[in-house]
Design a protein around this ligand. Structure first.
Ligand code: DUT
Length: 163
């Protein structure tokens, strides 16, 4: 996966949004970090993985993928804010037998650790766990890339339409 290209696209989108809202001089790390946590919650909600009290089925893979790429936007954005990008280092050796709920929990934990101590190592860790989550949800690199491109375009359109 060409992560460098995606980070470049994210950087351009972030700049576009910041300029549009006259926020280019404002530190948006906290808001973006909170947005990441909220989007993670929305994603978990669509999977319904933690809803042991309900028999209602999970949402479609398409809807879940759309939520996942919102997470990915903010995930990349909080890396860019601190000068980091994800550096793919081959296979990650995460526990394959984790449940989806456990996986979400790991991503939340890594996100909090990164906020408290925003080092490159903590960012790589958070990103790797987020990709592991995508994997557990059944998405390939190609699925993610395609859906990211589509939402990236929509995000520009929304800005232009006064969203
Ligand atoms: O600095 C920013 C701010 C936002 N986004 C993107 C991330 C995400 O893809 C979208 C915001 O999420 P969404 O589309 O769910 O917007 P919302 O305002 O939460 O939607 P709704 O009004 O439907 O709740 O904007 C960025 O990439 N960079």
């Amino acid at each position: 996966m060409d992560w460098k290209q995606l980070f470049e696209m994210q950087k351009q989108l972030d700049t576009y949004i910041e300029n549009h809202h006259d926020l280019s001089e404002v530190n948006l790390f906290q808001e973006k970090h909170l947005a990441l946590l909220v989007e993670l919650g929305e994603l978990a909600n669509e999977t319904r993985c933690f809803k042991f009290w309900s028999t209602k089925p999970r949402n479609s893979q398409q809807v879940i993928l759309e939520e996942y790429v919102d997470v990915l936007h903010f995930l990349m954005s909080i890396g860019i804010e601190k000068g980091f990008i994800y550096l793919e280092k081959g296979q990650n050796d995460m526990e394959a037998s984790l449940t989806e709920s456990e996986c979400f929990y790991q991503v939340y934990q890594k996100a909090i650790t990164y906020r408290e101590n925003p080092t490159d190592q903590h960012y790589q860790d958070l990103f790797s766990w987020s990709l592991h989550l995508a994997n557990q949800l059944g998405f390939s690199d190609k699925d993610i890339q395609q859906a990211y491109w589509e939402k990236n375009q929509i995000n520009y359109q929304r800005q232009d339409q006064g969203y």
